[in-house]
Write a protein that binds this ligand. Structure first.
Ligand code: GLU
Length: 507
C-alpha cells in the first residue's frame, strides 16, 4: 500500500509523516511512473534526464511509464512542444506505455482535456471548507505581501473570500462575472514531514505557505491541483522529477490530505550544475555555448546511446567502475538508491568521451550508416572499410566525413606546412615510381603495399620515410592519419594510383 497521510477530518493529532513505498509494498503494487512535462518550449537536456530516470526506474521494476502533458498554463503553451517531446523520447529510445498518442486506461493524457475532472474535485474541496472562492485582486495581494512575506489569505484577507463573505454574496459576485480564483485553505500552523527517496527526510512549516490557487481566473487548474488530481487518478506510485519541484511537495501533501488520498512516493533528482557552477539554465548553457535542447544535441551529431549514458551519470552511478552502459544495461542496473542528492556537474567533454566509446561499440557497418548523412558526395563502396579504419579515432560519427574527407574524395589541396616539411626534391620521382609499382601489383594486401614501398626505397638508397610521408601527403593532403598501408588498402588500387599521379603533377 502507498503511504497514508492524516485525513482532513482529523486535523488534530501529530503532523502527518508521508513515507515512501517500501519494497514489500511494491510486490503487491504495479509500479506506475509518469513523466509530466509542460509543453512550454523545446525539451531541454535536463527534462530528458528526468524522463530517463522515470523510465529506468519503471522498466527496472517491470512498471508502467506514463507520459502526461501538463498544458494548463495557456499563456506559455507552445504548440510544437508536444511533438518535440515525443521526438526526443523516441530518439533516445524511451518507450511510453500510456500517453496522449498511445492512449491508455487513464486518459486523456493532456491536462487541458481534463478540465471537468479538476472542477469536480475542487467543488468537493469547497463543500468541505478546504478551498474557497477568492476575489482578491493583484493590488490587494501586493499590499498583503508588503505587510508580511508569508501569509494565509484565508485568515488575513477578510471580506474578499467565500470564508468571510455571506454565501449569497459569493454566488452573486460569481454570477456577475467578477474575476475570481479558487484557493486551498492552508492551515496556519502545521508541520509537514515527508520522506523523499533521494533527499531523505524533509520538514516544512505550513506557516510559510500561501493559500494556494487551485483554479485560476481563466478556469484552468493550476499545476498543483492538476498534478495531484492526475497522479491520484492515474494511480501513479512514484513521482520522480527535478529538484526544483521539492518546494511543491508540502502543498501537494495538504491537497492529498484534503482529498483523502494517498500520496505517491517522492524522488527529487539532484540539480544539474553548469560547468562553472550555478544551476544549468537555458541562459547559462547558452552563455557557455553549450547545446540546450535535446534536438541541439541531435543536430550536433551526438549518438542517442551516448546521450542516455551521459544523462544517467548526471546524478546516478552504479557503484562499480563500469562507465559505458547501453539503455538495456541501465534498465537492469539503475536503482533510485544510487541516485545521490548532491548536485551533478554537466561536463561536455564527458559526453564526447561517451560518444567515442559508443561509436566503438558499433559494427563498422552501423558506424558507416550513421556517418552517411554527413557525406555530401554519393557514398563510395569502401565506406564500411573506411569506417572501420578510423572507428577508434573519432568522437562523432560526422568526424568520419569531416575529419577524414580524403577517405571518400581526393584531396582538393595539400596542407602547405606538410608540403614544406615532407615534399622534398626527390619526392616527385619517388612517388611517381611508387605509383608505377602499385599499378603493377597483383595483390592489394597491406603487406604487398608495404613490401613494394620498402624495396623501392632500398633501390633508391633512401629511408622508407622518404616515401611514406610524401605518399601520405599525396593521397590524403595531410601529414597525420591512420596507418598509410591500411589507408591505401581501403582506398583501392585505381584511386591510389590516380591520387599519386595527380600529386606529382600538382605539387
Ligand atoms: N509539469 C511539470 C514540469 O514541467 C512537472 C513537474 C512534476 O513532475 O510534477 O516539469
Amino acid at each position: 500500500m502507498l503511504a497514508s497521510i492524516g485525513s482532513a477530518a482529523d486535523p488534530g493529532g501529530p503532523p502527518p509523516v508521508v513515507r515512501h513505498t517500501s519494497s514489500a509494498d511494491m510486490e503487491h503494487n504495479t509500479i506506475r511512473v509518469r513523466f509530466a512535462p509542460s509543453p512550454t518550449g523545446l525539451l531541454h537536456i535536463g527534462g530528458l534526464r528526468t524522463a530517463l530516470f522515470c523510465y529506468l526506474f519503471a522498466r527496472g521494476q517491470g512498471g508502467t511509464v506514463v507520459l502526461r502533458i501538463e498544458d494548463t498554463d495557456r499563456s506559455r503553451f507552445v504548440p510544437e512542444a508536444e511533438a518535440d517531446i515525443a521526438a526526443a523520447l523516441a530518439w533516445i529510445g524511451l518507450s511510453v506505455d500510456e500517453g496522449p498518442t498511445v492512449g491508455g486506461p487513464f486518459g486523456p493524457y493532456r491536462q487541458s482535456e481534463r478540465k471537468a475532472l479538476y472542477h469536480r474535485h475542487v467543488k468537493r474541496l469547497i463543500a468541505q471548507g478546504d478551498a474557497y472562492y477568492a476575489f482578491d485582486t493583484p493590488a490587494q495581494l501586493t499590499e498583503l505581501r508588503s505587510a508580511g512575506a508569508a501569509y494565509n489569505v484565508a485568515t488575513r484577507m477578510d471580506m474578499t473570500n467565500s470564508l468571510t463573505l455571506p454565501a449569497d454574496e459569493v454566488s452573486g459576485r460569481i454570477a456577475d462575472g467578477q474575476a475570481h480564483t479558487v484557493r486551498l485553505r492552508v492551515p496556519a500552523d502545521r508541520t509537514i514531514r515527508f520522506e523523499d527517496m533521494v533527499k531523505g527526510s524533509v520538514t516544512v512549516e505550513s506557516s510559510g505557505i500561501d493559500d494556494q490557487v487551485l483554479i485560476k481566473s481563466d478556469g484552468m487548474p493550476t499545476y498543483h491541483l492538476a498534478n495531484v488530481v492526475d497522479d491520484h487518478l492515474m494511480q501513479i506510485t512514484h513521482v520522480i522529477r527535478g529538484d526544483e519541484w521539492l518546494p511543491s511537495v508540502a502543498k501537494h501533501i495538504l491537497l492529498y490530505e484534503a482529498l483523502g488520498w494517498h500520496c505517491p512516493a517522492m524522488a527529487h533528482l539532484p540539480l544539474i550544475l553548469s560547468p562553472n557552477g550555478g544551476k544549468l539554465s537555458k541562459r547559462s548553457a547558452q552563455r557557455l555555448g553549450l547545446p540546450v535542447n535535446v534536438r541541439d544535441y541531435q543536430s550536433a551529431g551526438y549518438e542517442p546511446e551516448a546521450v542516455v549514458n551521459f544523462l544517467a551519470f548526471l546524478g546516478w552511478n552504479p557503484g562499480t567502475r563500469q562507465e559505458v552502459f547501453s539503455l538495456a544495461e541501465l534498465e537492469k542496473t539503475f536503482t533510485l538508491e544510487r541516485v545521490g542528492s548532491a548536485p551533478a556537474r554537466f561536463d561536455l567533454d564527458k559526453l564526447q568521451w561517451f560518444n567515442a566509446q559508443h561509436l566503438r561499440r558499433l559494427s563498422a557497418q552501423e558506424l558507416w550508416d550513421r556517418a552517411c548523412p554527413y557525406l555530401v558526395e554519393v557514398a563510395p563502396d569502401h565506406g564500411v572499410a573506411a569506417a572501420a579504419l578510423v572507428q577508434d579515432r573519432i568522437i562523432l560519427a560526422r568526424d568520419l566525413a569531416e575529419t577524414y574527407p580524403y577517405l571518400f574524395t581526393p584531396p582538393d589541396d595539400y596542407d602547405p606546412r606538410g608540403v614544406r616539411r615532407r615534399w622534398k626534391q626527390d619526392s616527385p620521382a619517388l612517388v611517381e615510381a611508387y605509383a608505377e609499382r602499385l599499378s603493377q601489383l597483383a595483390s592489394w594486401e597491406e603487406s604487398a603495399l608495404e613490401t613494394a614501398l620498402r624495396s623501392l626505397a632500398a633501390e633508391h638508397k633512401v629511408g622508407a620515410g622518404c616515401l611514406i610521408h610524401p605518399a601520405r601527403l599525396a593521397v590524403s593532403g595531410t601529414t597525420a592519419g591512420p596507418s598509410l598501408f591500411a589507408l591505401l588498402r581501403v582506398l583501392g588500387q585505381t584511386e591510389v594510383v590516380e591520387r599519386l599521379h595527380r600529386a606529382v603533377a600538382v605539387l
